[in-house]
Write a protein that binds this ligand. Sequence first.
Ligand code: ZN
Length: 312
Amino acid sequence: MSTGAQFYPGASTAYRYDGTYEGLMQEVNCCVTHTTEGTTLPDYDGGAMAPNTTLLPDIANQRLRAYCHFPADMSARALVDNSATSVRTNRNNAHQVELVGSCDPKRRTNWGSLRAGIDYIYWPEAPEWALREYARYIAWLNTEHGVPLTLTPHAWLPYPDSYGSSHGQRMTLDEWAVFKGHCGHMHVPDGNDHGDPGNMRMDLVVQYAKELVSGGGNSGGGSTQPPAPAYEPFPGPSWFVIGRRSPIIAAMHARLVAVGCNRYQSTLNADVWGSGDRASYQAWQRKLGYTGTDADGVPGPTSWAKLQVPNV
Ligand SMILES: [Zn+2]
């Protein structure tokens, strides 16, 4: 059973995996925070290892862009789930979030030519805006799903001490079975050895979330419901495949017509990506000054942003 909103307001649902990997519907009461060791939205093996939600930093705009892969109350797949024990990890009323970035001190300032805080987030020293953005998410989990704004009593160790189980940070199976509130991947037992998210300041995230939840009634401006972004986030070029059906396609179709790039033969199936979309999108790319293979009718992030497809 499940109650409460299943998708974070404003999140993209372009990468949902519950059609392929339908999980168990539960009533979540704890949240496991992961970090990815990457800088882009992971593929998660086509969803086989996906969390409920990925939060991808948009550093220029100081936002975490949310991608919901499974409904909030559906069991996700980012933990090692030992089916030989009585306690299941992914299925123990756990909600799971992956924060894109790093928790490895080797990447504290640089990751090759990338710079921490500018090109990616080193989560143990995340900027305050990022912690406050994550706080908005866990405040939502609290108000919609009752996940308590409390932390595991186990320490949030720095990576790599957080790896494995020799530093006492991992729960016992019995602790995990009754756990409620917030923990990291490093705290989950039963075959899990990953050390993410390291010593990130979840204490601050929880504190900020409490301020949002308690401030909602009396400050007038405070709300735990984040405003949805005005425009639909770019779903990625590989998302646009023949036959893709989505309200995003219908919204894009309407925008292409509105900007004078109507190359559609028909208005049937306006929510399905097809040849008319490609021809109309190509007209839009040409209107923006693109030529050659840059105007191939397959949306890219810049032309998509300029098209201003309303959030659906
Ligand atoms: Zn993890």
